[in-house]
Write a protein that binds this ligand. Structure first.
Ligand SMILES: [Zn+2]
Length: 455
C-alpha cells in the first residue's frame, strides 16, 4: 500500500467523495484531426440541441446505496453515517417499468448503469443472493426489452465498492481507499491495467446478454490517470464488444467550462480501422435525490418555474448538449420517488420552454461528435465532399452558397435527392433549407466518401 502522510490523507479524502467528479484537468489527447474548410460548418444534429439523462448506481434489483454504505464506512469510519439498514434493500422492477414507460412516452433517452457485481452482493450474469434466479432473469429481460431501445447500458466498474482480483473474482482483503473502485485504486495504473479491469466488468454484462458501448466511472475512478483511463476504455470496449465508437462518462461541470463531448485518441482516420473514444460530459449535479436517496433536490436548480433561468437554460442557450445526471437510489427515494417527481417536472418545463431539443442516447451523441470532428470536408463549386471515418444519422452542415438547386447525396453509386423545407426549424434527416446566402442540409452521413452535389 502506498505510504501517505496524514495531511495527504485528509486532502485525498476530501477529493475522494463519492460524487467527486471534479477531476483535475489533465491533458487528454485529442489525436488526429482531418483537413477542414471553414466554408462548411457542422451544426448540431437537425440544428437542435441534444439532451440526455445519465442514471448512475442502478443495477438489477439491489439498492446499491443500502449495500455500499457499510463498505464505504469501513473505509472512512467518520463518514457515511447514514442508517443504511433503514434504506430498502431492493429498488423494485415495478419502479423500473414505471420509469421506462414514462420516459418512452416523453421521448426521454439516456444512459442506465448496470453495476455487474453490485457492492459484491452477487453477479448479474449468475446469481444475486437474496433474489431468485427467476427474479434476476426477469429483471435482466426488463432492462433488455424496455430500456435498451432508448438507453445505453454501462457497467460502473465491477462492484462500485471493493476492487476485485480479476484472477480469482474475489475482492482484495484490503479495505483502504486504495482498494476501492470509487477512490484511489486507479492511481498510477497503466492503460493496459485499466483496460483489463474495465474489460472484466464489460464481460459480465456481455454474459448477461446486455449491449454496451461505453462505461461510467464510479466516484473517483480514474481521476488521477485520465489519459490512461481514456485509452483503457477505448481498448476494453473494442476488445469485448467490438464497439466502433467507445464512450465514457467521467466528468461533469457546473461552471463556465464547455460541456461539449471530447473526441479523444483519434487515429487511423483515412484507413480501414479508424478509432477514437468520446468523453461525455454531464452539465448538472445530482439535484434530484442524491446517491443515497436521502437528499431532496429541487427543480429550480435545473430550470426555474418561469422557465427563464437555472443550469439547463444556460447550457441549452449556448447550444451545447444538456446532459443531466442522477443516481438511481435518489430517483426511487426509498419508495417516495422524490427524484423521479423532480425529473418529471424538469422535463415538463424543458418541453414547455423549448421546441428544438433532441433527446439522444450517449452513444448517439458520441457518434455524432466523432463524425462532426473527424469527417474530412471539402467544398467545391459542384458540391461538398465528405470522407467520413464514422457514419452518423442527422449530420447537419451549413455553408454560404447562393445556388438553391435541389441537392443530391451520392454515395457508393446511389444518388438520393434531399427534400426542401420552408424553415430551418423543420429541418430533419434527408432535408435541406436555403435562405438568403445560407444553405443548410441534414443527411444520414455514410461511412466513407459521399458527395452532396448541386444541380
Ligand atoms: Zn456511481
Amino acid at each position: 500500500m502506498p505510504h501517505v502522510t496524514r495531511r495527504q490523507f485528509l486532502q485525498y479524502s476530501a477529493q475522494g467523495l463519492i460524487a467527486g467528479w471534479a477531476a483535475p484537468l489533465l491533458a487528454q489527447v485529442a489525436g488526429d484531426r482531418p483537413p477542414r474548410q471553414t466554408a462548411v460548418k457542422v451544426l448540431n444534429p437537425e440544428n437542435r440541441v441534444p439532451v440526455s439523462f445519465i442514471i448512475d448506481d442502478s443495477t438489477c434489483l439491489a439498492n446499491l446505496a443500502h449495500f455500499a454504505i457499510p463498505q464505504f464506512r469501513e473505509t472512512f469510519p467518520d463518514r457515511y453515517l447514514q442508517d443504511w439498514r433503514k434504506l430498502p434493500r431492493e429498488i423494485p422492477d415495478a419502479f423500473v417499468r414505471k420509469f421506462a414507460d414514462w420516459c418512452r412516452d416523453q421521448g426521454v433517452k439516456g444512459k442506465y448503469s448496470i453495476v455487474p457485481y453490485p457492492a459484491c452482493v452477487g453477479w448479474v450474469d449468475r446469481e444475486l443472493p437474496g433474489w431468485s434466479k427467476r427474479d434476476l432473469n426477469a429483471s435482466l429481460a426488463l432492462v433488455r426489452d424496455e430500456l435498451t431501445p432508448n438507453w445505453d447500458i454501462h457497467p460502473e466498474m465491477v462492484s462500485h465498492t471493493r476492487v476485485i482480483d480479476t484472477k480469482t473474482g474475489r475482492p482484495f482483503p484490503e479495505t483502504t481507499e486504495f482498494f476501492m473502485e470509487n477512490w484511489r485504486w486507479t492511481d498510477g495504473k497503466s492503460a493496459d491495467q485499466l483496460a483489463e479491469y474495465i474489460g472484466f466488468a464489460l464481460k459480465i454484462l456481455k454474459n448477461a446478454g446486455l449491449p454496451c458501448e461505453g462505461i461510467t466511472t464510479p466516484g473517483g475512478f480514474g481521476n488521477r490517470v485520465l489519459p490512461e483511463l481514456a485509452q483503457g476504455v477505448l481498448q476494453a470496449c473494442r476488445d469485448v464488444y467490438h464497439t466502433e465508437i467507445p464512450h465514457y462518462f467521467r466528468h461533469l461541470y457546473i461552471d463556465e467550462r464547455s460541456v461539449a463531448p471530447r473526441v479523444e485518441y483519434a487515429a487511423g482516420l483515412g484507413g480501414p480501422d479508424p478509432r477514437c473514444v468520446v468523453s461525455i460530459i454531464g452539465c448538472t449535479g445530482d439535484w434530484f435525490g442524491g446517491w443515497d436517496g436521502l437528499e431532496r433536490g429541487s427543480v429550480d436548480q435545473f430550470i426555474t418555474a418561469d422557465l427563464k433561468s437555472g443550469r439547463l437554460p444556460q447550457v441549452i442557450d449556448r447550444g451545447e448538449p444538456a446532459i443531466l445526471v442522477c443516481h438511481w437510489p435518489g430517483m426511487y427515494f426509498n419508495g417516495d420517488e422524490v427524484g423521479f417527481n423532480i425529473f418529471r417536472e424538469v422535463v415538463a418545463r424543458l418541453h414547455a420552454r423549448y421546441d428544438h431539443l433532441l433527446w439522444m442516447k450517449l452513444s448517439e451523441i458520441a457518434r455524432y461528435w466523432a463524425a462532426r470532428e473527424l469527417t474530412s470536408i471539402a467544398a467545391t463549386a459542384e458540391g461538398i465532399t465528405f470522407d467520413a471515418p464514422f457514419a452518423t444519422p442527422r449530420f447537419t452542415v451549413q455553408s454560404t452558397r447562393s445556388a438553391a438547386a435541389p441537392p443530391h447525396l451520392s454515395a457508393a453509386g446511389n444518388s438520393t435527392p434531399l427534400a426542401r423545407v420552408a424553415s430551418l426549424s423543420q429541418l430533419r434527416r434527408g432535408a435541406w433549407h436555403h435562405e438568403a446566402e445560407t444553405f443548410t442540409a441534414c443527411l444520414d452521413l455514410p461511412k466513407g466518401r459521399s458527395v452532396l452535389s448541386f444541380g
